[in-house]
Write a protein that binds this ligand. Structure first.
Ligand SMILES: Cc1cc2nc3c(=O)[nH]c(=O)nc-3n(C[C@H](O)[C@H](O)[C@H](O)COP(=O)(O)OP(=O)(O)OC[C@H]3O[C@@H](n4cnc5c(N)ncnc54)[C@H](O)[C@@H]3O)c2cc1C
Length: 378
């Protein structure tokens, strides 16, 4: 057994001078089945070695993770250097344990480094600075906060936490499983997932571009009504990033426009491929910076309700020449389009998990709180 060392000293850069080590154990009846489920959820490249009868090693959030079974008991050791990444890695393991074991999962308690912290490394309290109208149905809210460097990489998305109006916000804190413990009752928070469109960690602000849709939801209402100085919570970042590829195919409706805009701006200068963005009409288009080899095409719904067309799937199919090597496909859109594009990627293009990232951003007729599959990743 590895020794659990005393609480680590942090360096100025936030990294520990020695490894941070934490442990957790839980009963798991079918070890092979459990590992299969776990690896299905994680990045394909996360596993260094998999052995249900010996040790399984994973790399997650810059942390080394070791899983071992002794009879029906699974022991997990997470070792890292940076307290934030270490805390998030522990939370991810606990999340998947709860998800996979379901009702059989006992209360999970981490021991070792960070066990006594209530701080959630991936949470920041932000303040609204300003909001401006970008196009008839897109509004930009600027949020200010401190220590934002971790939000500049490792995923484009954040979960915004809206406190009840007129109450002093009570924010989530880290529980024994390193997962957020949420306020309840009158302090309950409404949350929605958005994309960081711009970030300036040094200046301490991020921009969130919000679609004003009809019928509206809590997210669009917040965006319309929020005033400078209002508090809002931010958790993240999350979601996958676009991998390195010979060619790219980016697809999205207006909810994914911020993610596509940021991806295009961050792709290497010699990147090649297509980006198709579905919006209602010309007045919803934005000027986007992109590599010359990336062709950006706007697809207009021309009054058809959002989430009812096959424009993205049709454009995707037409853009890939038969017999040519498939591009890396990234897509963010309504649930039905998500299913069609995911099918196209897996069945028609034969893409593996690391060759596509297709995400349902919203589901027609369902609020985000009612549609857990809305942030399901393919
Ligand atoms: C990873 C990720 C990143 C995202 N990034 C962004 C982003 O940067 N900007 C952004 O605006 N959205 C983004 N979204 C989508 C956004 O989270 C959803 O649209 C969410 O439902 C908005 O919440 P709401 O409270 O406004 O509406 P909800 O309360 O969730 O829904 C209310 C009603 O509005 C409908 N609805 C929701 N979204 C739309 C829409 N776009 N058009 C028409 N009807 C809709 C629902 O079907 C429902 O009937 C992202 C989603 C994910 C998963």
């Amino acid at each position: 057994m590895d020794q659990i060392e005393p609480i680590a000293q942090s360096t100025d850069a936030g990294r520990s001078t020695r490894p941070l080590v934490s442990r957790l154990s839980a009963p798991v009846a079918d070890r092979a089945e459990f590992l299969r489920h776990l690896l299905e959820h994680l990045d394909e490249d996360a596993a260094d070695s998999v052995d249900p009868d010996g040790e399984t090693r994973l790399m997650l959030y810059d942390c080394d993770m070791r899983l071992r079974f002794s009879g029906p008991t699974l022991s997990v050791v997470v070792e890292g250097r940076e307290p934030g990444q270490h805390g998030v890695a522990k939370g991810v393991v606990a999340y998947y344990l709860q998800h996979i074991l379901g009702d059989d999962c006992p209360p999970l308690v981490w021991s070792g480094d960070g066990a006594d912290t209530r701080e959630l490394a991936h949470f920041r309290e932000m303040r609204v600075v300003s909001s401006i109208q970008l196009t008839p149905h897109m509004r930009r809210v600027r949020l200010a906060g401190s220590d934002l460097a971790r939000f500049a990489s490792g995923g484009l998305h954040v979960r915004l936490l809206f406190p009840p109006q007129g109450r002093t916000p009570v924010w989530p804190h880290s529980g024994p499983a390193a997962l957020p413990v949420w306020p309840e009752g009158e302090d309950e928070l409404v949350t929605r997932v958005y994309t960081i469109r711009n970030i300036d960690a040094e200046a301490g602000h991020v921009d969130i571009d919000v679609v004003l849709h009809d019928p509206p939801g809590a997210g669009c209402r917040w965006c319309r009504e929020t005033r400078p100085g209002d508090p809002v919570g931010m958790l993240g970042p999350g979601g996958g990033e676009v991998g390195k590829a010979e060619r790219y195919l980016l697809l999205g409706d207006e909810t994914a426009l911020p993610a596509i805009a940021r991806t295009l701006a961050e792709l290497p200068d010699d990147a090649k491929g297509h980006a198709f963005i579905e919006v209602d009409g010309e007045d919803e288009e934005q000027s986007l910076r992109h590599p010359v080899g990336m062709q950006v095409r706007w697809l207009h719904r021309n009054g058809a309700p959002a989430g009812t067309t096959t424009l993205l799937e049709d454009a995707a199919r037409a853009s890939v020449a038969p017999g040519s090597p498939p591009p890396f496909v990234w897509a963010g859109c309504e649930f039905e389009a998500f299913k069609a594009i995911r099918r196209f990627c897996r069945k028609d293009l034969g893409l593996r998990k690391n060759g596509h990232l297709v995400v349902a951003y919203w589901r027609r007729g369902k609020r985000q709180d009612d549609a857990p599959s809305a942030d399901e990743e393919a």
